[in-house]
Write a protein that binds this ligand. Structure first.
Ligand SMILES: [Zn+2]
Length: 420
């Protein structure tokens, strides 16, 4: 079967989910297709809110084999992501009180980018990564990596083989797993009373407030807030005590938790209060989010129509941009191509099959007059790069909140915001 629909909450198991935004039938966002391929699987993409534990979540669960069949992408190698990996390691070492020789586990460690930062600070590491080709890349780069899915069994096996870690961390993976309780229970099993668990996730408050509906796609099952994450962790005897903010995905939270309740740090109280004010635990907030997403779609098309007849090229063929352009009905009707710096994606077509993905040079050869910054969370990096390499024209930056037009002025060579 291609997918299943949930009838109860992914985190607390209660029935009575309230339907929120329906994004229609969408092709699997990471399934880029070869040119000329006409077999495209489309699956409904719809969301719901749990009034019991306040988790905003996807209703459909696509079969794992289908979803990860062509999963070849490697952790974003953007400058910002690499910079942040350093900051993250320093914060973790400080908050968890790590010393040289202590052991850190990372769940879904990808190519080892983050663990390298810990290694460089004298910390022992183990990555757990299910994708064979990526686990091998990490091992080849000197990061000890076990090729496995993280769950209770692998947690038990690894603490026996390697030892009990001081820190178990999972960055931007928990919202993507269908075996939610298996992953969290695995973390609970691996930690002892002195251990610290860490989970990083795209912030539900920011998703709601800044209208990141483009972050809804089939692999992204849960949209946690500090509130709903706390509810989930407590079910496994884990207690949050601190939060950090992270720039990843356009706004993420890092939660620190332990088995023995620790005193709440200031950051914990601040984040919980901030979310209360934003109303993330109220259904009406998410219903408003749904309405605003539909208005955002109308505004997007209005902005694009202002540039009718001009050559428009997208930048960034991510899962997020796939949701966004499909929801808005944007394809070859507006876009000549989408530039993506990942060579593995170049030469393929968008999941809907109608827009070619090209290199920077190929994109510029089309002489774009407008660049549609689909990977807007890396927007300033992308715009700087385009200007540095000679692009003059307009950028459309679709998020946060609403589409913005930014023009390059050829005379002064600077970027200004146009009045809308
Ligand atoms: Zn729930």
């Amino acid at each position: 079967m291609l997918f299943e629909k949930i009838s109860s909450c992914r985190a607390c198991g209660q029935a009575g989910l309230v339907d929120i935004l329906d994004l229609g039938k969408q092709p699997l966002a990471n399934a880029l297709v070869a040119p000329g391929n006409s077999t495209i699987n489309k699956v409904p993409l719809s969301t719901a809110f749990c009034p019991n534990c306040s988790l905003f979540q996807l209703k459909e669960t696509v079969n794992k084999e289908v979803l990860f069949n062509h999963y070849v992408w490697v952790t974003g190698t953007s400058v910002a992501a690499r910079e942040y990996a350093r900051v993250f390691a320093d914060r973790v070492i400080q908050r968890a009180g790590l010393k040289k020789g202590d052991l850190v586990f990372e769940v879904a460690s990808n190519d080892g980018t983050v663990l390298k930062q810990f290694l460089a600070r004298g910390i022992a590491v183990l990555g757990i990564e299910p994708a064979k080709n990526i686990a091998k890349m990490a091992t080849d780069a000197g990061v000890r990596t076990d090729c496995a899915f993280w769950n209770v069994e692998s947690a038990k096996r690894l603490i026996q083989q390697i030892g009990i870690p001081k820190v178990v961390m999972a960055r931007n993976v928990v919202p993507h797993v269908s075996d939610l309780h298996g992953v969290i229970e695995g973390m609970a099993q691996a930690l002892d009373a002195n251990g610290t668990g860490i989970i990083e996730f795209h912030s539900g408050r920011i998703i709601a407030e800044e209208l990141h509906y483009d972050s809804i796609y089939h692999e992204h099952l849960c949209y946690f807030t500090a509130h709903s994450m706390e509810y989930l962790l407590k079910q496994h005897g884990l207690y949050p005590y601190a939060f950090d903010q992270s720039p990843i995905s356009g706004g993420s939270l890092v939660v620190y938790f332990s088995k023995q309740q620790r005193p709440w740090e200031r950051s914990y109280l601040d984040i919980i209060q901030e979310e209360k004010r934003a109303g993330v635990d109220e259904c009406s907030t998410w219903e408003r989010f749904s309405e605003q997403a539909k208005e955002h779609r109308t505004k997007t098309l209005e902005v694009l129509n202002q540039f009718k007849g001009k050559v428009i090229v997208g930048f960034g063929s991510s899962a997020r941009s796939a949701t966004y352009i499909n929801f808005c009905g944007i394809g070859s009707n507006y876009l000549k191509a989408i530039i993506d710096n990942n060579p593995l994606k170049q030469g393929l077509m968008t999941p809907a099959g109608d827009v070619p993905i090209v290199s920077f040079e190929q994109g510029m050869a089309l002489k774009p007059e407008v660049i549609f910054v689909l990977a807007w969370n890396l927007g300033s990096e992308i715009m700087d790069e385009c200007i540095k390499r000679g692009f003059r024209g307009s950028f459309i930056v679709p998020f946060p909140r609403e589409p913005h037009i930014i023009s390059t002025l050829p005379v002064e060579e600077k970027v200004v915001e146009e009045a809308e």
